[in-house]
Design a binder for this molecule. Structure first.
Ligand SMILES: Cc1cc2nc3c(=O)[nH]c(=O)nc-3n(C[C@H](O)[C@H](O)[C@H](O)COP(=O)(O)OP(=O)(O)OC[C@H]3O[C@@H](n4cnc5c(N)ncnc54)[C@H](O)[C@@H]3O)c2cc1C
Length: 257
């Protein structure tokens, strides 16, 4: 997105994609280019944009499971008062890094991972059609035990991050380590659930996911969400900056490579 700075207002033109819940929001923050001078990190300004302002259009992006979570916004000569500028003109990159540190450290998923692990253990304890239980399959039990260890370690790391955030300390590179490890554990848990659910977990029924189906689901209730949740879990190593980007940050800022 680009913006011309006037004495009082900015005028924003351009587009921004993948904004979660923009259709429910009154305002958004945006990083806009206000100068082409200097390094590419310079000349970026952080603005708070009123999504009801003239010239703003929000278009929905519907995901595979039929849900409306994502959006793309289009800006045509949208005026933003200088009072809605965050920090100084050209200081947006510093603000963005601060916000991204918090976004990554917010992604601790402690309760979500605990809930998913509990669900996985319930599935393991359930009897399968052949009368066997996954809880008696030592290979599978070992994979779940490894995952539980990882989750314990990431929970400790997450607690440290949350304590730093509440003490208003900068997030640092630990936020990237945590995002990598937490999201890997999250994805691993969904992979094991799919393995446990086997053939019954594979149907991908939009109607059941959206609560609009007028037929009964075949098999236990937890199965109808298993494959959409699995696909959604794959996106978690992209949201908030992809895994490769986190590794780059660690290589440069933590290891000085
Ligand atoms: C569930 C979800 C929710 C999201 N919510 C929001 C939101 O609310 N607001 C918002 O602004 N955005 C949101 N996003 C967008 C998200 O921030 C971006 O998709 C993400 O940062 C990746 O950027 P990109 O799509 O431009 O991919 P790119 O950065 O272009 O990456 C494309 C591919 O190239 C690889 N790559 C890129 N650079 C390097 C490199 N230097 N070295 C090695 N590999 C590299 C990446 O790993 C990836 O595989 C969301 C995305 C998802 C999946």
């Amino acid at each position: 997105m680009g913006s011309e700075m006037c004495i009082r207002d900015s005028v924003v033109n351009g587009t921004k994609i993948w904004t979660t819940s923009a259709h429910c929001a009154d305002r958004m923050f945006a990083l806009v280019r206000t100068s082409k001078e200097g390094r590419k990190q310079e000349g970026i300004t952080c603005l708070l944009i009123d999504l009801k302002a003239p010239g703003v259009e929000i278009r929905p992006i519907i995901t595979l499971d039929g849900k409306h979570v994502f959006n793309q916004e289009f800006f045509g000569n949208v005026r933003v008062p200088v009072s809605d500028r965050v920090g100084e003109e050209g200081d947006g990159w510093r603000i963005a890094k601060f916000l991204l540190g918090h976004e990554r450290s917010n992604a601790t998923y402690v309760s979500m991972n605990k809930r998913n692990l509990r669900k996985l253990k319930e599935i393991m304890a359930d009897q399968r059609a052949d009368g066997e239980r996954l809880a008696d399959d030592l290979g599978f039990v070992r994979k779940v035990a490894d995952l539980e260890q990882d989750m314990l370690a990431t929970t400790t790391m997450a607690m440290r991050q949350l304590a730093a955030a509440s003490a208003d300390k900068p997030m640092g590179t630990e936020a990237s380590i945590m995002k990598l490890r937490v999201m890997d554990a999250y994805k691993q848990c969904h992979e094991l659930m799919m393995e446990a659910g086997a053939y019954y977990a594979q149907p991908f029924e939009r109607g059941h996911i959206r609560g609009e189906a007028n037929t009964e689901w075949v098999g236990p209730d937890y199965l109808y969400r298993m494959s959409p949740d699995y696909f959604e879990s794959r996106a978690m190593s992209i949201a908030g900056g992809s895994h490769e980007i986190q590794k780059d940050i660690l290589a440069k800022r933590a290891l000085g490579l």
